[in-house]
Write a protein that binds this ligand. Structure first.
Ligand code: ADP
Ligand code: MG
Length: 348
């Protein structure tokens, strides 16, 4: 604050402005909106998700699902900040089974775009939609069980942020990354994606090994799957499953590295480092391994409430020494499992 600037009185921020500020943390570009909407659809138990994008998502993002829907009397609440059906107590936060839990994605997205939400909850005969109007009005709508969220003109209300968006092609690439990450985590869900009216992905739901392999081939390329080793390894309460490239396949970039914990994509430096280390002596410098790996463990062992985008995790930290030791052990074991396994596979 400048020395001579007059002191403004302290005021509570108007809700809309507070939401727009909060949106800065999670909504960076169309791909971030897409990620949140797909997460919501998955949390709603969708078996099919339809995605429509226009102009790299800058003009339109529409995500439709056949999940459990939102009851009419909760629609307005759904777009309010700190409103969630996924969490009721602090204990729930320590044992999360959903991708969302912060209750702010919809509020943030709606504060920086033009939006519409239509939904029919399971068991309800009538669908309703809520549009951006003040005051918000509930209107009857046609919609099968499930939810459709339509976002137009992202950052239209915050031109300064719109300026940070890149070309249509670049934004589409970011969106595509999100879709690939989600589709590689949830094989039992069908993903149908159109950009500017043309299909870019048609990924039917799959439940067997052949189907899963086919989806990986589509999303990561035939060459990867031809050189991939299948991992299905369980040790105590840890289980690691997926595909990992053998020595005949490597990449110039780290673009085919997908690591999930309980189906949530994460960027964990320790895990990445462990894998890099395992490959270090066998891959030429500058070459990178490719993998699609999901580590399953008790949700109570990881803290996902570390960063608003939920990309980072912290393996649970404890209040006392006992907890600390057991948690560190779990943490270590998780990393060692990956490392061990990769080394073993490479030596075989
Ligand atoms: P969060 O996912 O963290 O709970 P959101 O702002 O993303 O917060 O969504 C708020 C609430 O709206 C969710 O908790 C959920 O109850 C409801 N909701 C949002 N999207 C959907 C959807 N596609 N299907 C069913 N319910 C949804
Ligand atoms: Mg959410």
């Amino acid at each position: 604050m400048l020395k001579d600037a007059p002191l403004a009185p302290i005021r509570l921020l108007p809700p809309q402005l507070a939401d727009q500020i909060a949106a800065g943390e999670v909504i960076e570009r169309p791909a971030s909106v897409l990620k949140e909407l797909i997460e919501n659809a998955l949390d709603a138990g969708a078996s099919r998700i339809d995605i429509d994008l226009q102009k790299g998502g800058m003009e339109l993002i529409r995500v439709s699902d056949d999940g459990h829907g939102i009851p009419a009397d909760e629609l307005t609440l759904a777009i309010s900040r700190h409103a969630t059906s996924k969490l009721a107590s602090l204990e729930d936060l320590l044992n999360l089974h959903s991708l969302g839990f912060r209750g702010e994605a919809l509020a943030s997205i709606c504060s920086v775009s033009q939006w519409e939400i239509a939904s029919r909850a399971g068991g309800q005969g009538q669908a309703f939609r809520l549009t951006q109007q003040w005051p918000a009005k509930l209107l009857e709508a046609n919609h099968a069980r499930g939810t459709t969220v339509t976002i137009h003109n992202l950052f239209g209300t915050t031109p300064a942020r719109r300026k940070f968006l890149r070309t249509e092609r670049t934004e589409l690439r970011y969106c595509d990354d999100v879709i690939r990450r989600m589709a590689l985590a949830r094989f039992e869900v069908g993903f149908y994606v159109r950009h500017n009216g043309r299909f870019v992905h048609r990924l039917p739901a799959v439940r067997d090994d052949i189907g899963r392999t086919r989806r990986v081939a589509k999303l990561c390329g035939e060459a990867f799957i031809r050189h991939a080793l299948v991992i299905d390894y369980a040790h105590k309460d840890l289980c690691l499953r997926g595909w990992i490239s053998n020595l005949l396949y490597s990449r110039q970039q780290t673009d085919l590295q997908f690591f999930y914990i309980n189906g949530r994509i994460i960027r964990d430096r320790v895990i990445n480092h462990a894998i890099r280390l395992a490959y270090q002596s066998v891959l030429p410098t500058g070459r990178h391994a490719a993998f699609v790996l999901n580590l399953e463990l008790d949700p109570a062992q990881v803290d996902v409430n570390v960063h608003p985008t939920k990309h980072e995790v912290r393996f649970r930290e404890a209040r006392n020494i006992h907890d600390f030791i057991s948690v560190s052990y779990t943490h270590l074991r998780a990393h060692e499992t990956v490392l061990d396994l990769v080394c073993r596979l490479l030596l075989e």
